[in-house]
Ligand binder design. Structure first.
Ligand code: VG1
Ligand code: CO
Length: 543
């Protein structure tokens, strides 16, 4: 087999963001763009010779072409074996599971997650390390550095692999094994949650809808919920992964999963509703008549996890990303376990999980996970909820209300201002940063600023410091506003404003979220001068 060294010149925009490199498909389709980035990753993988590499993606447009390129480049780089999901598919959590189980050196996960797909949509490439989790900043920065100075990439001349057929094929010295994308993952789930009890629940007439949003989780949810747990056929809807996700945002939130929301808030709602995102690592949980915020879901899972076999011994600790509501903190305190607050992005949880400091972690953006892998895991969260419902036999909304009664309720919303021009968005953040020293004590409407800062994180395990991870403003009235710019968008800048207010009084747990948070929204808008600086009166998306 002939390895060819192809001369190339760098692209200046290959710096990975919150979760890998994400760009428009048309950007990735430029000649040498994919190859440059993959070579830059491989050049930073230590010990690649003879090792196992996992490759798979969420099936979006361009997935199949990039899988073939990656296989040919892996052979040229000296990997011994590639494990690739059938059809080039692997959900992000399944990729993490496969990397760990088969002791791979890492994995290429092809996805732009919740971003839209199709020829005019987005594509993405991320690298996961041997622990199964996203590469840390030190690695992604090294990749960027390499990509900025790359002069050649290596590739073998070989025909495309038939990805539809499970089994091994040789590409030069390297073996490519096409694997069932669901099997290893399903086996892991069975060790963590009580399949027998959940099957009993379905047998008792319990009904749910799982909306896969035409993305990767369809095959996983069908195999596990309908295949293994006996949920009636039709429980999983939009279960066929499509290259353009049927034209929708595969983002499981009340806005983009509106069909599910409508069903769950309507008169014919089943007992439980759930959805997942493009690459299967996010989850949305809806009780009958009640959307469960991801922040609440994390807290509820933390306080009930011991009901599932995988967590029966209790939790070592819980971590949440900084903008996630403080609901999980209260659970950790009550349980007397570790608690950590990390920057946005799953990569910051890996060290805590590896060191055994935490067992569960989550983000406000619908990501929840545990130490079973090193990624957030959409279907796992749904299964853990089902386990809890199966053991308690309580309706999901009752579980939520009882949680609020015990711990208080954190009203929570996020305002996203999408596709802003980059310069004014950066200026808004800079201006806000400059204001911080003068803010404490100032009053905005009915709220008074208690403290504020620009969040910097010191990793408790390796002591690495990550500055500028979002500006947080705490009000004396137990409210909080957080501002940060998205690191996953592909056009212009997206400003995310996270707003919350704590309400301990049970009599005030059934108020409309928008009403409770109106003063916080107003204060946040005023402090950051959002309308004046962005020219927007309204956010693009409110979740
Ligand atoms: C967003 C979310 C963040 C999440 C990241 C990747 O990042 O806010 O919580 O970890 O997406 O999720 P940002 O930088 O745009 O706010 V996924 O499911 O898109 O891989
Ligand atoms: Co995702």
């Amino acid at each position: 087999m002939v390895t060819t060294r192809i001369p190339t010149t760098p692209f200046s925009d290959q710096r990975p963001g919150t979760s890998g490199l994400r760009k428009k498909v048309t950007v990735f389709q430029q000649p040498r763009y994919v190859e440059n980035f993959i070579q830059s990753i491989f050049d930073n993988v230590e010990g690649a010779q003879g090792s196992t590499l996992v490759i798979g993606g969420d099936g979006r447009y361009f997935n199949d072409a990039v899988v073939q390129i990656a296989i040919r480049m892996a052979a040229a780089h000296g990997f011994g074996r590639v494990l690739v999901g059938q059809g080039g598919l692997l959900s992000t959590p399944a990729a993490s599971c496969v990397i760990r189980k088969h002791k791979a050196i890492g994995g290429l996960v092809l996805s732009a997650s919740h971003n839209p797909g199709g020829p005019d949509g987005d594509f993405g490439i991320k690298f996961n390390m041997s622990h199964g989790g996203p590469a840390p900043e030190s690695f992604t920065e090294a990749v960027f550095k390499r990509a900025s100075a790359i002069t050649e990439y290596r590739i073998v001349d070989a025909p495309d692999i038939d990805l539809s057929r499970i089994g091994p094929t040789k590409v030069g010295e390297m073996t490519v094994e096409v694997i069932d994308p669901v099997a290893d993952y399903a086996e892991l789930m069975e060790q963590l949650v009580d399949f027998g009890k959940i099957a009993d629940l379905f047998r008792s007439g319990f009904r749910m809808r799982f909306d896969a949003l035409s993305a990767i989780t369809g095959p996983y949810a069908k195999a596990i919920l309908e295949g293994r747990l006996g949920a009636p056929a039709g429980t999983v809807v939009n279960g066929e992964p499509k290259p353009d996700f049927g034209g929708h945002h595969p983002d499981p939130n009340p806005v983009h999963a509106h069909d599910l929301m409508e069903l769950m808030l309507g008169p014919d709602a089943p007992d439980f509703g759930a959805a997942s995102d493009g690459d299967g690592d996010r989850n949305m949980i809806v009780a009958r008549g009640l959307f469960v915020t991801p922040s609440d879901s994390l807290a509820i899972l933390a306080s009930h996890a011991h009901l599932a076999p995988g967590y029966a011994k209790g939790l070592a600790g819980v971590a949440r990303s900084m903008p996630t509501s403080r609901a999980a903190d209260r659970v950790a305190k009550k349980l007397g376990i570790n608690f950590f607050e990390t920057p946005t992005g799953w990569k910051f949880f890996a060290n805590l999980l590896d060191a055994g400091l935490i067992t569960l972690c989550g983000e406000e953006s619908a990501g929840t996970g545990s130490n079973h892998i090193r990624e957030k895991d959409g279907l796992w969260a749904v299964l853990l909820w089902l386990n809890i419902l199966a053991v308690t036999r309580k309706p999901a909304d009752q579980i939520v209300r009882e949680h609020w009664a015990a711990f208080g309720r954190d009203y929570y919303t996020r305002h996203d201002y999408e596709e802003l021009e980059t310069a004014p968005a950066n200026e808004l953040m800079d201006a806000l940063r400059k204001k911080l020293p003068a803010l404490p004590g100032q009053r905005f409407g009915s709220l008074t600023v208690q403290s504020c800062d620009d969040f910097a994180y010191t990793d408790p395990v390796d002591q690495s410091v990550t500055p500028k991870q979002g500006i947080r403003i705490l009000f004396e009235e137990d409210a909080r506003a957080v501002f940060r710019l998205s690191g996953t968008g592909t056009s212009g800048a997206t400003l995310r404003v996270y707003l919350e207010r704590f309400e301990p009084d049970t009599d005030r747990h059934d108020l409309p979220t928008a009403d409770v948070l109106a003063p916080v929204v107003q204060a946040a808008n005023e402090i950051a001068e959002i309308a004046a600086r962005t020219g927007r009166d309204e956010p693009s998306v409110i979740t």
